[in-house]
Design a protein around this ligand. Structure first.
Ligand code: PAF
Length: 280
């Protein structure tokens, strides 16, 4: 049976026991509504550690006032059975007041990297992400933590935070998991109706088209981005949030596609904002 712990105090004895056993612990932080992408993180975590701890916490501070915090999919029973099947030992499921008790006012922000890409529609998102991830690292004290490459900006920001704050946590990243037609798995795909679900493959089509262009010798970012903008404009259910070609390590814009250039996309399909990316 997967063990469920809801409080920080409840986690402490287990953490001490694992430390005594010198067990290597990997944390897989999630917001629940788990899919095969999350489970790939769990599988990777199992390969490299003695004990996998998954957290499920829909973190209010990473949602803007007009975003979907209230409506974010929550499916705890299903999540727990998936984790049980995956052989996870422990799931940490704190309440909001456990993580943000009354009077809470300390945030951590990775300043410059948080002002890129997603900032245009989610200005305080990454401050919420880094704050909760740092808190989870302090609470769980894992040796390593696993994140999905779909959230490429999140990975770059957390890597910077680890370095800047001298945190002794190894960052593990796992490749994007896709549906057979290429749509990147995301808990928010559940919001899409049938027509939107079909339209949503535009993100992957744009990434693939761009990759082909680069393989054929196109090196000018602007030309590729214009092509993507045109394709998205032609899809009636899609609206571009951003398309950028950036350095995969520091997210700075690249006029020319080079080794390690990342094409990052955010596109509204109906009301649902989806992100995806590919190294070109
Ligand atoms: O990637 C996510 O699901 C979230 O941003 C995370 C890392 C669990 C923090 O709330």
């Amino acid at each position: 049976m997967v063990q469920v712990v809801k409080t920080i105090a409840g986690l402490r004895p287990l953490r001490s026991k694992l430390r005594e056993q010198k067990a290597k612990v990997t944390l897989v932080p999630t917001m629940g509504a788990l899919h095969a992408g999350h489970l790939s993180l769990v599988q990777q975590a199992k390969k490299i550690s003695d004990y996998v701890l998954v957290s499920i916490f829909v973190n209010p501070t990473q949602f803007g006032p007009d975003e979907d915090f209230q409506d974010y999919p929550r499916d705890l029973n299903r999540d727990l059975s998936l984790l049980e099947e995956s052989g996870v030992g422990l799931v940490f499921i704190p309440e909001v007041a456990e993580i943000y008790p009354a009077g809470f006012q300390t945030y951590v922000a990775v300043e410059e990297l948080s002002q890129k890409l997603c900032v245009i529609s989610r200005p305080s998102h990454f401050r919420g992400v880094t704050t909760v991830v740092l808190k989870l690292f302090n609470i769980v004290q894992p040796e390593s933590a696993a994140f999905g490459q779909k959230d490429a900006q999140q990975v770059v920001i957390i890597r910077r935070m680890l370095k800047d704050l001298n945190l002794d946590v190894e960052l593990i990243t796992c490749p994007i998991v896709r549906e057979p037609d290429g749509l990147a798995l995301s808990s928010r795909n559940r919001y899409l109706n049938e027509a939107e679900r079909k339209a949503a493959i535009i993100l992957y089509q744009c990434l693939q088209w761009a990759k082909q262009r680069v393989e054929q010798g196109e090196a000018c970012s602007e030309g590729i981005l214009q092509g993507i903008k045109g394709s998205i404009e032609r899809e009636p259910l899609a609206r571009l949030d951003y398309a950028e070609i950036v350095d995969a390590e520091n997210l700075s814009g690249k006029a020319l596609v080079e080794k390690n250039s990342l094409l990052a996309l955010a596109v509204f399909i109906g009301k649902t904002r989806l992100i995806d990316n590919m190294v070109l």
